[in-house]
Write a protein that binds this ligand. Structure first.
Ligand SMILES: Cc1cc2nc3c(=O)[nH]c(=O)nc-3n(C[C@H](O)[C@H](O)[C@H](O)COP(=O)(O)O)c2cc1C
Length: 201
């Protein structure tokens, strides 16, 4: 087997991104709902997203800062300390992808892509009512990466969890029914309902 070794600092940004995100797959998608100071809702997908602990319940997402620009989700989360993470299933993939367009800060992406915004129970940020599951989060800390800063990692305490009863059995999730979507690359996605196999134990 022959392998190519990369020093990532030698690569152009787009090549570094394609290489790394092509390898760590599928990447789960956190559909970040937030609200700005004037009450305008914001929604955008982030696949630098994951759970990092169940005790304490903690999720992360990371927002890049292209040309130093602070994305709307990050600006809102920095200002309010609150956000939601809606889980994307197959039926919502088109709307999720459409919500990644760079809309001006005063545009409500929920309305743009035809979704219903509902305010969280414990936080003032909106979530996607059509989603099968939602995590309500309060900021634990925000870690800036790079010098100058090129990305910010948001750690959130998960303070509420909403799960549709159709995918729930007590505290267990039926992943076949959830049909959660992960990103492979570009416009290619995968769901938890296909490509499954069991390891022999
Ligand atoms: C599936 C998917 C995943 C994405 N993941 C990220 C991510 O992890 N970090 C990021 O900065 N942008 C990510 N993007 C791009 C943002 O969604 C896009 O920049 C969006 O306009 C940000 O919106 P906002 O300014 O309202 O936060 C992703 C886009 C898609 C379609």
């Amino acid at each position: 087997m022959s392998k190519t070794i990369f020093d990532l600092s030698d690569l152009a940004g787009i090549d570094r991104y394609k290489l790394l995100t092509g390898l760590v797959i599928p990447r789960p998608i956190g559909w970040v709902g937030s609200r700005d100071g004037s009450g305008c809702n914001n929604l955008a997908p982030y696949s630098y997203f994951n759970l990092v602990a169940a005790t304490p319940p903690t999720a992360i997402f990371s927002a890049g800062r292209p040309d130093g620009r602070i994305k709307d989700s990050l600006a809102n989360v920095m200002a309010t300390g609150e956000f939601t993470l809606s889980i994307v299933d197959e039926s919502l993939t088109g709307a999720m992808h459409a919500s990644s367009e760079q809309f001006p800060p005063d545009v409500d992406e929920f309305k743009q892509v035809g979704l219903t915004a509902v305010t969280g129970e414990a936080v003032g940020a909106p979530f996607v009512d059509e989603a099968m599951a939602v995590l309500e989060c309060r900021v634990n800390q925000i870690i800036d990466l790079g010098d100058p800063v090129t990305a910010s990692v948001v750690l959130g305490d998960i303070v509420r969890l909403h799960v549709d009863d159709d995918v729930l059995d007590g505290t267990r999730i039926d992943h076949q029914r959830l049909r959660a979507v992960g990103r492979i690359a570009g416009t290619t996605y995968v769901t938890t309902a296909n490509a499954l196999f069991e390891v022999e134990t």
